[in-house]
Design a protein around this ligand. Structure first.
Ligand code: SF4
Ligand code: SF4
Length: 93
């Protein structure tokens, strides 16, 4: 039974360590939408847990846009969902 608790403890520790490391690494970056590549599929908006992105419609059509730049943790989850190479991390100004 102790081995189970130790195993769970190690997993929790690794998860916290990985999470903090990723946040630290990306602290100076932020997401950017390449509008010309975006097809407006909405997958990135649904994936973002921080509600940074939203869909907008203008003269160029429907596409994702960065609404709350300050909330972006640069986790990259939305990039993993985009099949059209329409998202990238750039240096935060
Ligand atoms: S990088 Fe992460 S926090 Fe930033 S928009 Fe993408 S999913 Fe959201
Ligand atoms: S996943 Fe890519 S193509 Fe789809 S809305 Fe987001 S940025 Fe656009």
């Amino acid at each position: 039974m102790n081995a189970v608790y130790i195993g769970i403890g190690i997993l929790v520790f690794l998860w916290v360590f990985f999470h903090l490391h990723r946040r630290q690494r990306n602290r100076n970056k932020v997401i950017c939408v390449i509008e010309s590549n975006c097809v407006g599929c909405n997958h990135c908006v649904k994936r973002c847990r921080c509600h940074v992105l939203e869909m907008v419609e203008d003269e160029t059509g429907k596409h994702a846009a960065v609404k709350y730049l300050d909330k972006c943790t640069a986790c990259g989850d939305c990039i993993g969902k985009c099949k059209f190479n329409a998202l990238k991390l750039i240096k935060r100004l």
